[in-house]
Design a protein around this ligand. Sequence first.
Ligand SMILES: Nc1nc2c(ncn2[C@@H]2O[C@H](COP(=O)(O)OP(=O)(O)O)[C@@H](O)[C@H]2O)c(=O)[nH]1
Ligand SMILES: [Mg+2]
Length: 275
Amino acid sequence: MCLGSGLWFKTTAADSDNSGMQPQRTARLIDDAATMTVPDDVVVIVPTYNEAENLESIAAAVRAHGYRLLIVDDGSPDGTGEIADTLAAADEGVAVLHRRTKAGLGKAYAAGFARALELDGKVLCEMDADFSHDPSDLPRLIAAIDEGADLAIGSRYVPGGGVDDWPWHRRAISSGGNRYAALMLGIKVKDATAGYRAFRADAIRRLRPETCDASGYAFQVEMAWRASEAGLKITEIPIRFRDREAGTSKMSTSIALEAMALVTRWGWQRRFGRK
Ligand SMILES: Nc1nc2c(ncn2[C@@H]2O[C@H](COP(=O)(O)OP(=O)(O)O)[C@@H](O)[C@H]2O)c(=O)[nH]1
Ligand SMILES: [Mg+2]
């Protein structure tokens, strides 16, 4: 495990602008509540496994907003980790967490959250590397945190949200998984499997993702469940989810089965009181 880049910068582009204009940070603190998130407070965590074709453009899209980027790569054999190191070397707003082997999306996020807290992120986002999550939706998720949410979920299943160009079997897994999770766990969230999220840092400290059971995509359900059990404020923001254009999906039968088995187990534990 090593970091591709050393220090994070703590100023925004506007802060270091010596053109005589008011720095953006100061202007916003005067205009808004003192708790208003500035771009440098945000760490967008992007897990990668074989995303060489997508990484440079997704990194550019995140950095264009001024948000910090943390790439969590699980030893991708296609050179994604090396691309991440090059990006981090050229930009101190980009960091890389290298993990030796592919251990699943959930474990990658748990490690990423721990690192993002060490880096003093105030709002921690989850986003896929493949443009299924449109980076231009990030400000809406972060605005929901500023408006009081502890967790903002980019949701496909609230009015205005949806899925474009997914094959029928992926739609079935996604909507069936959501309905099953709602039934077994009593979660009110409409899109509990969504992987596009923003968390207030305190919410992550409370939810302790490093103690989650799930290794794969069930991690998203587990975190939504924990958040709802903890009484955190969850806001769903409509998003259009698009199928990836480059690279291949890592969704597999074993990942779907892990999710199904875990949700079933949690549901039984919930009903019969064993934790
Ligand atoms: N680090 C890491 N990233 C992963 C792993 N599995 C998936 N990802 C990443 O998680 C994101 C979502 O995966 P993807 O294959 O697009 O899933 P799909 O959109 O459900 O088909 C992508 O950025 C992947 O590269 C993993 O085991 N480790
Ligand atoms: Mg994807």
